[in-house]
Design a protein around this ligand. Structure first.
Ligand SMILES: Cc1ncc(C[n+]2csc(CCOP(=O)(O)OP(=O)(O)O)c2C)c(N)n1
Ligand SMILES: [Mg+2]
Length: 685
């Protein structure tokens, strides 16, 4: 068969698999796969360096489908290229990632062709997408990661990292603010390894973009400092290939390709209408559409003869050769540079280098103490020196978050210094969070920082980090009312509760400097879970660990810090963060009055909830129902630890603008108040 005919056959296979899967599922998005099949075909079969036999080969090009609703594009191409499945231990499983049967069961339970691309569920998916804008923003982190990796590991004659990132996006992604933040950052950093292709079909769910989106997107990207190209016909694969070629030759700027397309291409009644976006075409229209493609009208889930072979000869052969060459190159590299080669291998498996925790600080007891953020600064500077690929930055609050790495040689990450370990995200929290996810997907161990209150601006990407099971680290300081005078706009109330509600996210609020150290020790060892650290702005007393239990108890989420004589408490005080030392003071008052008090430090609900029932009962004995929880945050949810009769000293309103001491008095965060609540629990007023 003439090559051109084969190409059309391959493209129409992507289209018809997408149409059939949506029709069978009675839900999904057929129109965009129908329009973008030629683009995806060109990227995958002609350009991308990707070996379907090893979808996690470190130097592969990355493909991000930011308009995740068009997931059938990805399921089709993963299937047709016979991309192999890989497990969580990075082992190839010997079966395809997406089978034809999975596609037949598109959007059904257990199918490897779910509604949207899911990173931890389907091999070959580089990042979870669906919340519009997240994919393109995440791709910026992938671009940063590649630059950093190339700078650290490449040697003359050894281009160990030189991959590109291709992200497809639609009108929705272009409208979302996060994409603007991310594009601005990528332009500033001159990420020439990054190419976004914008599906300019002028259609979203409510109809034509004439009703919502009339800006000049091209000029916007020119202003961001991108190289902007346009391909006027989404079916013209030669032009698409040419534009992608220009991208690869463009230096010092990311590339933005505007691709004019027709949603629902080939459907006589639905092309160019919103009706093609998110519902099945319907049996009659499917037949008419297939007729327009010259496809057998009644065939379903058809992969014509030669199509698998065509992809095998394209991306398959090119990827296998590239990986083979890289593997040989890496073997020579390992012989010449064994230490850095080991680093790469450890990083790829999310292992830690030996000695990763050497020199972690130990803080002596000190009633004046040290702020959570200052303790964090000491730890970050140690970890970043022990773990070469551990680094990050802040959204313009480095001096406040104390996340700037200050050791000699840490450096700033910029276009002309891609080896720097201090990232400057600018005031772009949404994009920062997605960017650190992209870095994490590239196997670095990044952190992103801002004030705890602005975790709301990072929340969509935090949620995705948990959904993807990525060990991304979010460092949030000013965790309560410690910045008193800034007032309620800056005082988090509901943030802890809302982050604790995210499945799989480890939220930690350490109670003193040594708990900060233990928190990092715990977090750094996570391989598949993200973590949020909520740190104080103000100094917290460093608890005397010769008198109270070791901070290593943090690793169990909650632990008995101080106890009644004989370990037989009648009342339990539970606290996190800045309220731990407050609870300790109340505890000492109670002991002095011969009240058998226990004080529990509870830095993490999530970790505690994963301990055995036996351990949890040992910390919070069920028979002791007199309980007081104290936390400078919403009381929401604390009933689960104090029961329906316990007392919760927390926030039921927003805070206020005033010095911290006054706020503590106003809202009841004082030892006397806590001790009084404990006595009330015991009926001793
Ligand atoms: C953050 C976010 N908001 C809303 C949605 C719901 N949604 C899914 S697709 C879509 C329209 C997207 O339009 P466009 O990107 O142009 O996609 P096309 O129909 O052209 O493929 C919307 C609003 C979403 N997935 N994510
Ligand atoms: Mg659109």
């Amino acid at each position: 068969m003439a090559d051109e005919k084969m190409v059309q056959l391959a493209i129409n296979t992507i289209r018809t698999l997408s149409i059939d899967a949506v029709q069978q599922a009675k839900s999904g998005h057929p129109g965009t796969p129908m329009a973008l099949a030629p683009l995806v075909y060109t990227i995958w079969n002609r350009v991308m360096r990707f070996d379907p036999q090893d979808p996690i080969w470190p130097n592969r090009d990355r493909f991000v489908l930011s308009n995740g609703h068009a997931s059938m594009l990805l399921w089709s191409v993963l299937h047709l290229t016979k991309t192999q499945a890989v497990d969580a231990d990075y082992e190839t499983l010997g079966h395809p990632s997406v089978s034809l049967d999975d596609i037949r069961h598109f959007r059904q339970l257990e199918s490897r062709a779910p509604g949207h691309p899911e990173y931890h569920w389907v091999s070959g998916v580089e990042t979870t997408t669906g919340p519009l804008g997240q994919g393109v923003a995440t791709s910026v982190g992938m671009g940063i990661a590649e630059k950093w990796l190339a700078n650290r590991y490449n040697r003359p004659g050894f281009e160990i990292f030189d991959y590109n990132i291709y992200a497809i996006c639609g009108d929705g992604c272009m409208m979302e603010g996060i994409a603007s933040e991310a594009a601005s950052l990528a332009g500033h950093l001159g990420l020439d390894n990054l190419c976004w292709i914008y599906d300019n079909n002028r259609i979203t769910i409510e109809g034509s973009t004439r009703i919502t989106f009339t800006e000049d997107v091209e000029t916007r990207f020119l202003a961001y400092g991108w190289n902007v190209l346009r391909v006027g016909d989404a079916n013209d694969i030669e032009r698409i290939e040419h534009a992608l070629d220009i991208f690869r030759k463009t230096k010092e700027r990311p590339t933005f390709i505007v691709l004019d397309s027709h949603i629902g291409y080939g459907s006589p009644h639905k092309q160019d209408t919103a009706a093609a976006h998110g519902e099945p075409l319907g049996d009659d229209e499917v037949r008419l559409t297939k007729r327009s493609y010259g496809w057998p009208e009644d065939a379903k889930f058809l992969v014509p003869d030669g199509v698998y072979e065509h992809f095998a000869a394209g991306v398959g052969a090119r990827g296998a050769k590239a990986r083979q060459q890289w593997t040989e190159l890496f073997a020579a590299y390992r012989a010449k540079y064994p230490e850095v080669a080991t680093e790469i291998q450890q990083m790829q498996r999310r292992e830690l280098p030996s000695g990763w925790d050497r020199n972690l600080p130990v803080f002596p007891a000190d009633p004046k103490g040290i702020a959570g953020r200052d303790a964090s600064a000491k730890v970050l500077n140690v970890l970043a020196q022990n773990i070469p690929w551990f680094f990050g930055g802040s959204a313009d609050l480095g001096p406040s978050n104390k996340t700037t790495l200050t050791y000699e040689g840490a450096g700033d990450f910029q276009a002309d210094s891609p080896g720097g370990k201090n990232l400057h995200f600018g005031i772009r929290e949404h994009a920062m969070a997605a960017t650190v996810n992209g870095m994490s997907l590239s196997k670095l161990r990044p952190y992103g920082a801002t004030f705890f209150i602005f975790s709301d601006y990072a929340r969509p990407a935090i949620r995705l980090s948990a959904l993807m099971e990525l060990p991304t680290i979010f460092v949030f300081t000013h965790d309560a009312m410690g910045d008193g005078e800034d007032g309620p706009t800056h005082q988090p109330v509901e943030q802890l509760a809302s982050l604790r509600a995210i499945p799989g996210l480890v939220t930690l609020r350490p109670g003193d400097a040594n708990e900060v150290v233990e928190a990092y020790r715990y977090i750094v060892q996570l391989r598949h879970e993200p973590a949020v650290l909520a740190l104080s702005r103000q100094p917290l007393p460093t608890i005397d660990r010769s008198k109270y239990a070791s901070a290593s108890g943090l690793a169990r989420g909650a632990y008995v810090l101080g106890d009644a004589p004989g370990g037989n408490p009648e009342v339990i005080l539970i606290a996190s963060g800045s309220e731990v030392s407050l609870a300790v003071e109340a505890h000492e008052q109670l002991l002095a009055e011969d009240i058998r008090s226990r004080v529990v430090s509870m830095p993490s609900w999530d970790i505690f909830d994963h301990q055995t029932q036996e351990y949890r009962d040992s910390v919070l004995p069920p028979k002791v129902t007199a309980r007081v929880a104290v936390e400078q945050a919403s009381t929401f949810g604390w009933e689960r630890y104090v029961g329906t009769t316990g007392r919760i000293i927390g926030m039921k309103t927003f805070g206020a603008s005033a010095p911290l001491k006054e706020l503590q008095r106003k809202f009841g965060f004082e030892p006397d108040h806590v001790a009084a609540a404990a006595k009330e629990q015991l009926g001793k007023k």
